[in-house]
Design a protein around this ligand. Sequence first.
Ligand SMILES: [Zn+2]
Length: 132
Amino acid sequence: MMINAVCDACGCHFKLTSLGQSRLVVSHKQIDVTYFVCPSCGKLYVVSVADFKWYMLSGELQAVTKRVNRAIKKQDETLLRKLYGIQAVKRDRLASHESSLLKMYRGRLTTEPDGRGGVELCIDRANTDVED
Ligand SMILES: [Zn+2]
C-alpha cells in the first residue's frame, strides 16, 4: 500500500504505507479501529470502525455474495435477480452502520505516545462522558 496523503490540519505531504489497527473498549463495547496519524503534526485520521454489529452485517453480506456466485455459475436468472435485491439491502445496511460508527467514535478517539517513539490509539478522556 502506498498512498500520497495531505494532512488537512498542517498541509504536510506524506506517503501512507500502512494503517494502524487497534482494538478498544468504549462504553463496554469492543471496537476495532483502523487509522493513521499525520507524521508531522500528529493529527489522527480514523479510517473505519467495526463493532459486533458490523461483523454480523458484514458476515450476512458475505453469505449472500456466496449465494450470488453460486447462482451465476448455475445461470439461474430468477434466483439471481432476487439475490441481487437482497445483496443491495445488506450492502446499504452495512454502509449506513459504517457511517454511523464513524460519526459516533471519530470525536471520541485520540492518540497518546506509546513510549517507543510511536503513538497508540486511545479514548479521548475529555470526551468520555459523550453519550452514544
Ligand atoms: Zn499534519
